[in-house]
Every structure is written in structure tokens, then in C-alpha cells.
Design a protein around this ligand. Structure first.
Ligand SMILES: [Cu+2]
Length: 486
């Protein structure tokens, strides 16, 4: 068991511990006792307002930068997460550390239990990491759409010894409309992306789990079943392919691409083009190597891909193809002096529809405890498209510390949902009724009419969000909680 250190609210601590005590008095006592324990001076991270250029126009967005202006955090697994987060924006905010398993008080969902950070306020975070991985941080509110997100990379001692160059890629979907406008557009049939959207008409609702084993890419579906927002741009490290980030790489060198899908409502397939890639980790957790050129990545998920740059050099686009649509974004790997040719922001064909083919093949490098579940729960994902209201129905997810928990998730809706559990890493243990020794993850995709079972050890007390990582599905109800009983 890690020594847990707790959030020190620099400005005020009352709201946090008050909310905590209402849910679990034992937790609140533990927090009060240990809040004074800190080691070393913290890394400073600022929540900032910034201007980027999209499609030739200035766009005012938010961001998370260190004092030298670079985005996000790069930390060592064997040092604590020791961070002072300061808000320089004029609205209340809070940041979730996606992929980490901090004490609940530091998780970063507003009022669950921590209060938002006020303009000008600084807040201190300190807890042990222990594990490496490609993670990220983001607002757990509509501010996420305003690009309030950044990479959170944790290096192990082994990572640092490897002879490879590291390239971090954060994907986004971008609109000149405000997130509030996008959300209200979804709720009114004539106001936004949902115009003329018939969710039930394109597939047989009686379709069972067995028939879902077919290749999802071969199905004919209206585009509006896949994407419900048409964005103005798709970004990789804040840039479109019109003016992409170009990373200089060495001839014959090895490059590890740490790729994060930070888009709020867009899934992608990563296409490594001329370079054969080795997938070595998903959601920051090592998997048995899978070799390929195309890898799906849904919202909230991460991929670690290793490529070898050819000895003769050249320029090598790494593209992200928008699901079910021709738009694309990406970055370029280029050796010194190589010509970098322009790549259109729209491809000839639609990006692949995401299914579970890759998920079925993923095997964890370290096998997790093969314990029998103490409790098995069932939940169903559903949606009322006319009202744009989404839900998670079924069992109440109550757990005791020390239990092994299984949750079977059935997606009864006509859209895909990347489901994310806070505070824990889970294993994918069944897909469409078939048991597997699947990947350790924190976000798993539920394609329409599919079923996935996840298992995890209840080892981190709190009241943990379990939700769809499509921002507008979450904002309109696709959210529940795993609650620890005292
Ligand atoms: Cu969803």
C-alpha cells in the first residue's frame, strides 16, 4: 500500500473536507491527519488563456503550461506527483489527472469532492506515482472543449535508458463555436450536428452480441451515427495538417510516439503510413507487442507506438484519420534536410469505423491477479436521441475495499461510447461474452450494441466517476459512480 498524501488547499480547505465527511467520515479524518506531509518543492503548472491559429484565424483557447511555457508535465515514476497548480484564467476550474490513481480528494472532478480552483488560486497536489505511462490531464467540464488539456508523461528508469527519441502527440477536435453553443446545438434538432439524425433507422435494434463480431468497418451506416459534431478543425499538438508539427528524427533512429486522443467527441485511427509500427502500450500500460500500420484510438485513450526511421531518411507523416469521415490531422517525422510535402486536411476516403478487433488481440505484459470477482455488476448504456439525453442504467456500483469487482457493460445505444473509470486501472476480461486476458486500461470502447466486461481491484477508496469520455454524452447524463462503502 502506498503512503497516501493528501491535497493541501492553499487557499481554503473547508469545502473539500466538508464534502468528504458527508460521504465517508473515515476518509475525512485520514485526510485531515496527513495533509501536512510534503516532500521537496513542487513543479509549477499554470492554467492559462492562450491564442493559437486555426485555419488562418486567431482562436482564443485555454491550456496547461509549465513556467517555461511548455505544455503539461513530464515526471519520474519514482518521484512523487508534487505539483502546484495555479489558475490564471477568470473562471472557476479544476483539472483531472487522467490515467493516474491519486487519492480521491485530488482526482479533479468539481465538487467530487474538491471545490473548483478560483481565479488566481494555487492548489498543491502530492501523491506517489510508482508507475510510468502515457497519460494526460484535462478539465472535467465543458472547458475541455476549449483545449484545457495537456500531456502527462511519466518516465520509468527503464524508459530513460532506452535509446529512442520520444514524440508526444495530443489530438483535439476544435470549433470556433463555444462548447455551450455546441451542446445546445445537439439538444435542438435544427440547431446543430443532430439535424435530421435518425439513430434507429440504419441498423436492426434486435441485433445480438454474436452478430457484433463482424467487422464493423463493413457495415453501411450514416455518418451521423458516428459523429454528432462537425468541427472546424482537427488538431495534433494545436496544429492542422496545413501547418503541422514537424519533429526532426535521426536516420536509422528509433522513435516512440506517445499518442493521446484528447478530442472531446472524435475517435481516430492512427495511420503510420510507410513506417511499420509496434504498439507497446495502451492507456500507459504495457501490452505484448502488436505490429501494424493502423491503430484505433477513442476519446481518452492513449497508444505508445515505436517506429524505426529508415537509414536513407525521408519524411514520414503519422496521421490521425477521423472515424467515418474524410478529415484527418497529424504530425510529420522528418530526417535533417528531407523535403516535407504538403498533406491535405481531408483524405480521399472515410476513416475506419472503430471496433473491438484490436482490443480482442491485446494481452497485458504483466498479468494481473487472476482472482475470482467478489461482485459482478451489470450496467447498460442508453440514449434518447430526440432529447439528446444519455444514461447509464442498471446496478448500483457499491464496493468494499479489498474486493475484486467485475462490471459488464452493455451498449444498447446506436453510438459508440469510450467508458472511463477514475481512480483505478481495470482489465478487459470479456468481449461480447467471450472471456479474454485483455489489456489493463482506464478507458475502453463500447461500440454500438456491444458488451465488454472489465475487472478491477477496489483498492482506492472514494466515490469514483465511471462515465463516457464523449464530453457531450457525459454532460447529458452518461455518468455514474463506483462508491466505496465505509
Ligand atoms: Cu458516449
Amino acid at each position: 500500500m502506498y503512503r497516501r498524501e493528501f491535497l493541501n488547499r492553499v487557499m481554503t480547505g473547508a469545502a473539500t473536507f466538508g464534502a468528504l465527511a458527508a460521504i465517508n467520515p473515515k476518509l475525512a479524518r485520514a485526510a485531515a491527519v496527513t495533509s501536512a506531509h510534503f516532500a521537496g518543492s513542487p513543479q509549477k503548472l499554470n492554467i492559462v488563456k492562450r491564442t493559437i491559429e486555426v485555419n488562418g484565424k486567431a482562436a482564443s483557447v485555454l491550456g496547461l503550461t509549465r513556467t517555461d511555457g511548455s505544455p503539461g508535465l513530464i515526471l519520474d515514476a519514482d518521484s512523487p506527483f508534487n505539483v502546484e497548480l495555479t489558475s490564471q484564467i477568470d473562471a472557476p476550474t479544476l483539472i483531472h489527472w487522467h490515467g493516474l490513481t491519486p487519492p480521491w480528494e485530488m482526482d479533479g472532478v468539481p465538487e467530487n469532492p474538491a471545490a473548483p480552483i478560483k481565479p488566481g488560486e494555487a492548489r498543491r497536489y502530492n501523491f506517489n506515482l510508482g508507475m510510468g505511462g502515457t497519460h494526460w490531464m484535462h478539465a472535467h467540464t465543458l472547458q475541455e472543449q476549449s483545449l484545457l488539456a495537456a500531456p502527462l508523461i511519466i518516465h520509468t528508469a527503464k524508459d530513460k535508458k532506452r535509446d529512442e527519441q520520444e514524440v508526444v502527440v495530443l489530438l483535439h477536435d476544435f470549433s470556433f463555436k463555444s462548447p455551450e453553443e455546441l451542446l445546445s446545438g445537439l439538444k435542438t434538432a435544427d440547431g446543430g450536428g443532430m439535424a435530421g439524425h435518425d439513430m434507429g433507422g440504419t441498423m436492426n435494434m434486435e441485433m445480438g452480441a454474436d452478430s457484433m463480431k463482424m467487422d464493423m468497418g463493413s457495415m453501411s451506416m450514416g455518418k451521423m451515427d458516428i459523429n454528432d459534431i462537425e468541427y472546424d478543425a482537427y488538431l495534433a499538438n494545436d496544429r492542422t495538417l496545413y501547418d503541422p508539427a514537424v519533429f526532426q528524427v535521426g536516420k536509422g533512429g528509433r522513435v516512440r510516439i506517445r499518442l493521446i486522443n484528447g478530442a472531446t467527441a472524435t475517435a481516430f485511427t492512427i495511420d503510420t503510413g510507410d513506417l511499420l509500427a509496434r504498439l507497446i502500450a495502451v492507456d500507459g500500460q504495457d501490452v505484448e507487442t502488436i505490429v501494424g500500420r493502423q491503430f484505433p484510438v477513442s476519446m481518452g485513450q492513449r497508444l505508445d507506438l515505436v517506429v524505426e526511421v529508415p537509414r536513407e531518411g525521408g519524411s514520414f507523416p503519422i496521421l490521425a484519420l477521423r472515424e467515418g469521415a474524410p478529415q484527418r490531422t497529424g504530425i510529420i517525422l522528418a530526417t535533417p534536410g528531407a523535403a516535407v510535402s504538403k498533406i491535405a486536411t481531408t483524405g480521399k476516403g472515410d476513416g475506419p469505423i472503430l471496433g473491438l478487433k484490436l482490443e480482442q488481440r491485446l494481452r497485458p505484459l504483466r498479468s494481473s491477479a487472476n482472482r475470482r470477482a467478489d461482485k459482478s455488476y451489470n450496467v447498460r448504456l442508453s440514449g434518447d436521441m430526440a432529447k439528446y439525453a444519455w444514461a447509464i442504467e442498471g446496478d448500483t456500483l457499491k464496493v468494499f475495499q479489498g474486493e475484486r469487482i467485475e462490471i459488464s457493460i452493455s451498449n444498447m445505444s446506436m453510438m459508440s461510447h469510450p467508458m472511463h473509470l477514475h481512480g483505478h486501472h481495470f482489465q478487459v476480461v470479456a468481449i461480447n461474452g467471450q472471456k479474454i486476458n485483455g489489456a489493463l486500461r482506464d478507458t475502453v470502447l463500447l461500440p454500438m450494441m456491444s458488451q465488454v466486461t472489465i475487472a478491477f481491484d477496489a483498492n482506492n477508496p472514494g466515490h469514483w466517476p465511471f462515465h463516457c469520455h464523449h464530453l457531450y454524452h457525459m454532460a447529458t447524463g452518461m455518468m455514474t459512480y463506483v462508491g466505496y462503502e465505509a
